[in-house]
Design a protein around this ligand. Sequence first.
Ligand code: PMV
Length: 340
Amino acid sequence: VQVGLFVKKYEVIKTIFQNDALPMMPKHKEAEGFAPTNIALCKYWGKRDRDINLPVTSSLSVTLPNKGSTTRLSMAEDGMDHIVLNGEKILDDSQFYLRTVDYLNLFRPRSNWHLNIDITMNIPVAAGLASSACGFASLLFALKNLFQWKLNKRELSILARLGSGSACRSIWNGFVEWHAGIRADGMDSFGEPLYYEWPGLVLGILTVNANIKPISSREAMQRTVDSSVLYTAWPKKVAQDLSIIKQSLRVRSFSLLCGTAESNALAMHATMLSSWPTICYYLPETIALMHQIWDLRRHGLQIFFTQDAGPNLKIFFLEKDEKFVRAHFPTIEVIPLFVK
Ligand code: PMV
């Protein structure tokens, strides 16, 4: 299975580099890359191709301007890759190590060529804050700088997708749509910026638990597609939500965005709850926060939440209400989305 998976990914690499440029030696001894994380307003949940991360549906996200991952690369001389994440050495039998090295294998010019990979993230790791999205995108940017690849952002988006689906949206700032595409080779499945701006739109992170989640999004997604009776309704729901969300961004209608994005996240979690064995990312604190948000909304505050593959909530509101929101959620981390 691993070999098949590699072959399919390598076909994509060959298409992008037009057969001739790989393998090649890097132009520099060290390099660095930063990629911001992104939070989906219309979720990606389910793959039509598991090997090269092709999604069943399109999705739409917003990028968090300065929150993400920085990857520094340098040559390792002792015959193996070393990964350090936020100052801690990653064990070479961990999922994180194996996924990163698998990705690196796609670009390795020689089998005895190894790297020190030093990753720093200024977001909680693996807690539903899309750390894999910015992690793979920043590794890709660092590799691009190391090898001095002449690739455009669409090509980079396709390459990032091979690491983690949502990474293809972390190539761009602002609102980003990931087109599902229909081609088997995935050359039409990439992120693209929407160029709508929404000054005054603010994101708040409500961290309930920043520990490693019990089930990865990759595994949860697959179990949902394979066993959820509700999954057949999901593509129809996404098609509707995507067009309404785009409309809401175009006209900056908070109420339209609120009703659609929050219901999209809830529907995604409903497909998980109806999987077997069931997948439940809710903790009691998650539900309590939801009720608090609904209560504030009933009292007129413009606020909604979204939730990914973890117990934490991300809330959206307007800058003018920041003081009020902070008073209700003392531990909130506030991130303006469109910095002036
Ligand atoms: O790219 P992955 O495999 O980490 O999946 C991300 C899935 C969600 O975060 C739940 C939804 C999304 O669109 O980001």
